[in-house]
Design a protein around this ligand. Structure first.
Ligand SMILES: CC(=O)SCCNC(=O)CCNC(=O)[C@H](O)C(C)(C)COP(=O)(O)OP(=O)(O)OC[C@H]1O[C@@H](n2cnc3c(N)ncnc32)[C@H](O)[C@@H]1OP(=O)(O)O
Ligand SMILES: CC(C)C(=O)C(=O)O
Ligand SMILES: [Mg+2]
Length: 516
């Protein structure tokens, strides 16, 4: 059975732009409008042409360039606003004038300072004026969410008689709750005698976080247009978010009697564009477009997703424009995710014991570092294998005291062939002091030909990777160590280098090797 169409009316460029700090230039509005067109949005509200010459020019430019979507301009119920909006949308293939007036007692009395009769008269005048320019006229009862039901019926019936083909019921201040709002919209459609001559639309704000819920409840009760914005941008707490409405209708096709014509694969790129143009970051846990919307860090979820994606995902990341879902390694991750990532990095684990040992080192690192990147894993595995191959010396503890005006003092404990040895030393810097303490335990020194530190990933909690080059008796060896503390990374690299020297000399002169 074919479904009715739900018209997606995007107002990112009008209500979204009303968000403090979200003003856009004409060029930016055009870029966003082109993305919305590509996404197959039905109606793009490009701006409020009377607001400024810039907004007028933006709507006009969008109307000239965008051909597949209807271009709409907003206008108060005033002649000058409507004439200006008509002028701006003139170049459009399909143009709409959206005129509005408030219908709630609080707005009529305190803001408009008009009687209900005057409001009805003004609404009728505005719709008729707009109809002189286009057949596609939308009328909104601003603050319908707090308007009296009987008065709404009266003004809407009059607006439809005057020629409005879309009737919008805005919950301007986000006051409504889904069950009540849906019931109001349904009852308006049932009660108003000429309701069948117009498409009913909703425009919900998010002051109580209910904009999407209210919109969807209205759809279940007969609304066939939803006004929404990318990333939920808009006045105060924003508008209903386009991506959430569209994906709810699409994902729960078993529940909603409607379908949209949106190409959902453009959702994430459009969200990114709006975020970069406005400078409003998208919160990581935002549905559909947040960085974590398709990311899994917990072991149990990762295990489930790796076995069967749908255990923890109700949509496919690719269907909304992500390249894929993400398995993020962190302190909540489990063995399955860890092992899978190592396999993807072509790091083979020889045994279950090796997996367990590597996993426990990974957990230690994850306790100290939020995000574990592939580079972290590679160094972790390299370090572990190098240590396994040639572990004469094992770093047990390193303590450095570094005070302004004082020479740094280090105390290092190494396990040498199973026995712990501790030494202290002063140095020119904390790393120098640690190296001297290690040499005191090893009982030898070597020429330090190179010392370099690189951060493996970015951020102040990144791991530092230290490489040292030691020259001793004509031999050159390198040691590596990584840690979130670079003094400890240095100690590890120095111990690694001494382990390599020890294993070389053991291979060359087994008879001379006497430990420490
Ligand atoms: C719920 C919404 O999102 S509504 C859209 C809100 N968006 C904006 O306001 C952004 C663009 N706005 C603007 O640039 C300016 O407010 C303008 C150009 C529209 C008007 O500017 P000004 O003429 O300086 O008026 P100002 O903004 O101070 O006050 C609004 C006037 O419009 C009247 N008004 C408000 N809504 C309507 C309406 N729908 N129909 C007719 N008059 C209205 C107010 O009663 C007030 O009239 P008054 O000056 O006679 O008291
Ligand atoms: C202009 C109208 C539709 C509006 O933005 C609102 O009421 O929130
Ligand atoms: Mg609004």
């Amino acid at each position: 059975m074919s479904k009715e169409r739900l018209i997606i009316f995007d107002t990112t460029l009008r209500d979204g732009e009303q968000s403090p700090g979200a003003s856009m230039t004409q060029e930016e509005k055009i870029r966003i409008a082109l993305m919305l067109e590509k996404m197959r949005v039905d109606v793009i509200e490009g701006g409020f042409p009377i607001a400024s010459p810039g907004d007028f020019e933006s709507v006009k430019a969008i109307a000239s360039i965008v051909k597949d979507s209807t271009i709409c301009g907003l206008a108060r119920a005033l002649e000058k606003d409507i004439d200006r909006a008509a002028e701006a949308i003139k170049p459009a293939n399909s143009g709409r004038i959206h005129t509005f007036i408030a219908t709630s007692p609080i707005h009529m009395q305190n803001k408009l300072r008009m009687t209900p009769d005057q409001v009805v008269e003004q609404a009728v005048f505005a719709v008729k004026r707009a109809r002189n320019y286009t057949d596609d006229v939308e009328f909104s009862c601003e603050d319908a969410g707090r308007s009296e039901f009987d008065f709404l019926c009266r003004v809407i019936e009059a607006a439809i008689d005057a020629g409005a083909r879309t009737i919008n019921i805005p919950d301007t201040v986000g006051y409504q709750i889904p069950s009540v709002f849906g019931e109001i919209v349904g009852r308006l459609i049932q009660t108003i005698p000429n309701a069948d001559k117009a498409i009913f639309s909703v425009h919900c704000h998010n002051d109580l976080g209910l904009a999407v819920g209210n919109s969807l409840s209205a759809v279940m009760n007969g609304a066939r247009q939803v006004e929404c914005t990318i990333n939920g941008l808009g006045e105060r707490a924003g508008n209903a978010s386009l991506e959430e409405i569209v994906m709810a209708v699409c994902t729960r096709a078993d529940v909603f009697p409607v379908e949209t014509r949106i190409d959902t694969t453009h959702i994430v790129p459009t969200s990114r564009l709006v975020s970069s143009v406005t400078g409003f970051p998208v919160q990581p846990n935002k549905a559909i477009v947040g960085a974590n919307a398709f990311a899994h860090e917990s072991g149990i979820h990762q295990d489930g997703v790796l076995k069967h994606r749908e255990t923890y995902e109700i949509m496919r990341a690719q269907d909304v424009g992500w390249s894929d879902n993400k398995i993020v390694l962190g302190k909540h991750s489990g063995r399955n995710a860890f092992k899978t990532r190592l396999q993807e990095l072509n790091i083979e684990l020889k045994s279950e014991e090796e997996l367990n040992a590597a996993f426990s080192r990974f957990k230690d690192l994850a306790d100290r570092k939020h995000d574990i990147f592939d580079e972290d894993l590679m160094v972790l595995m390299m370090d572990a294998r190098a240590a396994e191959e040639s572990a004469v010396y094992e770093l047990v503890a390193s303590h450095v005291c570094s005070e302004t005006g004082e020479s740094p003092n280090a105390r290092v404990t190494l396990k040498v062939e199973g026995v712990e040895h501790t030494a202290t030393a002063m140095g020119g810097g904390p790393v120098d002091a640690v190296f001297k303490a290690i040499e005191a335990i090893v009982g030898e020194s070597a020429t330090l030909a190179l010392y370099s530190v690189n951060n493996i990933t970015s951020g102040t909690d990144a791991q530092g990777e230290v490489t040292v080059r030691l020259e001793k008796s004509g031999r050159i060896i390198h040691g590596h160590g990584a840690d979130t503390d670079i003094v400890i990374a240095s100690a590890k690299s120095y111990v690694d280098a001494w382990n390599k020297l020890a294993s070389q000399s053991l291979r060359e002169h087994p008879q001379h090797h006497q430990g420490v």
